[in-house]
Every structure is written in structure tokens, then in C-alpha cells.
Write a protein that binds this ligand. Structure first.
Ligand code: OSB
Ligand code: MG
Length: 368
């Protein structure tokens, strides 16, 4: 595409209910939407940082600054650019993978729309719908958790993930198992434990979980390998997998036997597909994680999750699981426990300009 500019917006999207993890509670989703302005038409992407650097070192204001100060200008220096070249142009800037991912996605959407091609087809999707799992935040007490899970099961979600933290681990998991029996169930610690908690984590073995996600710190690849040997529950990494290289290292070390693929965390959807390809070749199951995406990232996630190696249900839930009102005209909906893979050009979703404006709290445009 021939780049003419980038428009960035910070959005504040109210959540249907507070979302609590081991690292904090969100009541409003703060997110950055990127619009690539090109001579061939616009494209949309999303930077999935949160307001505070609690899940990763990235956060909204940092991503806003790096995108406007470094990433967008470096791309605008190039007259024409293909989506596959974006990561190379941005490579000199260390880190900031979520910011890079959002910018790349906007260019990719613009390029695919100009070509009249869907992102699903581009990425290699082999399914027209994907099974939908739901990530359930930590509730007031295990009883409230059981009621929250019941609601999602009634809606048709095919897999439940519950967030855990020290002191809200075995009890919460036992409550859900006791209430619902052998449903597909997994837990996510968001790096809240240490090796000193290994005995507690081993107690989770009796619940026949699909996996335990990121029990230890982001840079604890060796400790995760040690822990994985102690547990019968498969260890899955989220935060630690920041690139295809990190995925290769984790697999070589035995730090994980399952990988959560999140495009924002790894620097973009093109890098995410590489991790998928590596894991498919190695026989390692992957699933598509989420960052409370708006309809933009949610559409991209549904397409990514339709690749052949995504053999476990992902956190690709309906827009309504988080948002009373989405910023696209075709929000993701749950049908028979599945979300449809968009087939339109680019990401296959159209922006609702009124909703977009209603949620915008900051806006900046950079042109060549
Ligand atoms: O660890 O997967 C995570 C949300 C924000 C930050 C980290 C995580 C999550 C989720 C929600 O679990 C996934 C989703 O439904 O988008
Ligand atoms: Mg996670």
C-alpha cells in the first residue's frame, strides 16, 4: 500500500462487569485503535495494551508515545510498504510488541482490503467458525464464581478458563469442578506464583485440567521447565512467549507443552502465524488468547484461531461477553458455542463511526 498517514485514538470502552485477574481489576477497557490512511483505502488495527503495565511492561500511554514518536514515522518514511515488511522496518526499535502489532494490523487490513482478500484466507484459515472459550475473572468468593461459570455454560461456551492467584487457587477450582463435573476447564495464574508454591500447584493435578497457564514469571523459562516435570497438569505459557524465538526456546527447554498465541504479545499476526506453524510441525497444541479485544482484534483472532494447529478452544468469546456496545457493525456473536470467522475483505468488519467517536478520549493524526 501507499501510506499517507496514521490516525490513533485512545478509546474507553465500558465493560459489562469488572474483570479481575491476579494483577488487578478493570472496569473500563482502555485501548488504542489505529487507522492506516493509504492511497488504496483505510485499514484498522488495535493496540491491546492496558492502562497499567501489570500484565506486561507495555501500557497505553507508553504505546501511544512509541507509536507516534517512532513507529508511525518510520513507516511513513517509506512510500510504499507491504504488510510483510512492517516488522522489518520496526525491528530496530526494541520491544513494544503490542504497539508494533497494532500498527502492522492496520497496514495488513488496508492491504488486504485493497487486494479484495480476507485476512482468514491470507493467514491460512481452514474452518469457517471456531469453538469459543471464555475467560472468567476472579469473583468475590467461590460461590459467586460458580454462578458466573453457570451463566457462561448456559450461553453455550464450550470451555471455561478461570483466573487464579495465591489463596484463590485450589478452592476456586474445586468449586467449579464439584458444581459442573467434567467440563473442559483450565486455569490462568498470570504469573502470580513462585516455585515455593509448587506443592499448591501440584494439588491442582486432581482436577484433570486441560492446562495451567503461566504460573510463574515471564522470564522464568527454566523454572517453568522444572515445574512442568512436577505437575501432571500440562503447563501452557502466555506472558513468556513474546516471539517465535521465545516459543522455540520454551519448547526446547520443556517449559511448556501447550502455547497460548496472542498476536499483540508477540508483535503481530504474522509472527503469531509463525508460532502456529512451528508448533503444528512440532505437534504442540496451541490456542488463541485474547486481550479483551474490540471487534477489530476479535475478528482477527477468530480468523487466526481457524488455522489447523489451533486444536484447543481459545479465548475468542462474543463481543457481548465484555462490551454492551462494540465499535464494529458486526460484533462477534456466540452461535452454538462457536464464533464465525469473518469472510469479508481485510478483517471483514466495518467500523461503526458513531460508536468509535462516542468512546474516543484522545486522537492524533500523523501524515507524511
Ligand atoms: O492472561 O489471557 C490473559 C485479559 C487481559 C490480559 C491477560 C489475559 C486476559 C484474559 C482475557 O484472560 C482473554 C479474553 O477473553 O480476551
Ligand atoms: Mg493468560
Amino acid at each position: 500500500v501507499t501510506l499517507e498517514g496514521f490516525e490513533l485514538r485512545v478509546l474507553h470502552l465500558p465493560l459489562v462487569a469488572p474483570f479481575t485477574t491476579s494483577f488487578g481489576t478493570e472496569t473500563v477497557r482502555e485501548v488504542i485503535v489505529v487507522r492506516a490512511l493509504t492511497a488504496d483505502g483505510d485499514g484498522w488495527g488495535e493496540i491491546v495494551t492496558q492502562a497499567d503495565p501489570l500484565y506486561s511492561s507495555e501500557y497505553t500511554q507508553g504505546a501511544w508515545d512509541v507509536a507516534l514518536r517512532f513507529l508511525a514515522p518510520a513507516l511513513l518514511d517509506r512510500a510504499r510498504i507491504a504488510p510483510e515488511e512492517v516488522a522489518d522496518v520496526l525491528e530496530p526499535f526494541k520491544g513494544h510488541r503490542m504497539a508494533k502489532a497494532g500498527v502492522e494490523l492496520a497496514v495488513l487490513d488496508a492491504a488486504l482490503r485493497a487486494e479484495g482478500r480476507s485476512f482468514a484466507e491470507y493467514a491460512g484459515a481452514v474452518r469457517d467458525r471456531v469453538p469459543s472459550g471464555v475467560s472468567v475473572g476472579i469473583q468475590r468468593d467461590p460461590g459467586a464464581l460458580v454462578e458466573a461459570v453457570r451463566g457462561y455454560l448456559d450461553e453455550g461456551y464450550v470451555r471455561i478458563k478461570i483466573k487464579i492467584k495465591p489463596g484463590r487457587d485450589v478452592g476456586d477450582t474445586a468449586a467449579v469442578r464439584d458444581a459442573f463435573g467434567p467440563i473442559p476447564l483450565q486455569v490462568d495464574a498470570n504469573s502470580a506464583f513462585t516455585m515455593a508454591d509448587a506443592d499448591t500447584l501440584a494439588e491442582l493435578d486432581r482436577f484433570d485440567l486441560l492446562l495451567i497457564e503461566q504460573p510463574l514469571q515471564e522470564d522464568d523459562l527454566v523454572d517453568h521447565a522444572t515445574l512442568a516435570k512436577r505437575l501432571r497438569t500440562p503447563v501452557c505459557l502466555d506472558e513468556s512467549i513474546v516471539s517465535d524465538k521465545a516459543a522455540a526456546d520454551a519448547l526446547a527447554l520443556g517449559s511448556a507443552s501447550v502455547i497460548n498465541v496472542k498476536a499483540g504479545r508477540v508483535g503481530g499476526y504474522i509472527e503469531a502465524v509463525k508460532i502456529h506453524d512451528r508448533c503444528l510441525a512440532a505437534g504442540v497444541p496451541v490456542w488463541c488468547g485474547g486481550m479483551l479485544e474490540t471487534g477489530i482484534g476479535r475478528a482477527a483472532n477468530a480468523a487466526l484461531a481457524a488455522l489447523p494447529g489451533f486444536t484447543l478452544p481459545g479465548d475468542v468469546s462474543a463481543s457481548a461477553r465484555f462490551y454492551p456496545r462494540d465499535i464494529v457493525t458486526e460484533p462477534a456473536v456466540l452461535e452454538d458455542g462457536h464464533v464465525r470467522v469473518p469472510v469479508g475483505h481485510g478483517l471483514g468488519v466495518e467500523i461503526d463511526p458513531v460508536a468509535l467517536d462516542d468512546f474516543t478520549v484522545a486522537r492524533e493524526t500523523l501524515t507524511r
